[in-house]
Design a protein around this ligand. Structure first.
Ligand SMILES: [Mg+2]
Length: 104
């Protein structure tokens, strides 16, 4: 089983144990996902572009970036589950299309 499918199952169980399925319609999950992308963007918002990478690989930013990236991934995985998309398969297929479109 892929890491994404394992995460899907963990999120599915976490949601069911709390009876949160009723909140997890696609629109609500998408808004939550966008909110988490915003939290990630906020960490970089006022950093000069030339300093952003060095700041992000060092603490304390590194831990915060990892946390917000995890939030983004978890909501994306949950959204994919609700709309019955195999995220790993979809991403692999899209990379194949990208490679055909943008040949090296
Ligand atoms: Mg967050």
């Amino acid at each position: 089983m892929s890491d994404l499918l394992s995460l899907r199952d963990v999120m599915r169980a976490f949601t069911a144990e709390r009876d949160w399925e009723r909140f997890h319609d696609p629109k609500s999950l998408l808004l939550a996902l966008v909110g988490e992308v915003g939290e990630l963007a906020e960490l970089f918002q006022w950093l000069p572009a030339v300093e952003a990478r060095d700041a992000a690989v060092g603490e304390p930013l590194h831990t915060r970036v990892g946390e917000e990236m995890a939030d983004v991934l978890l909501y994306l995985v949950r959204l994919a589950d609700v709309v019955e998309i195999d995220l790993g398969e979809a991403a692999a297929r899209k990379m194949q299309l990208n490679a055909e479109k943008h040949r090296a």
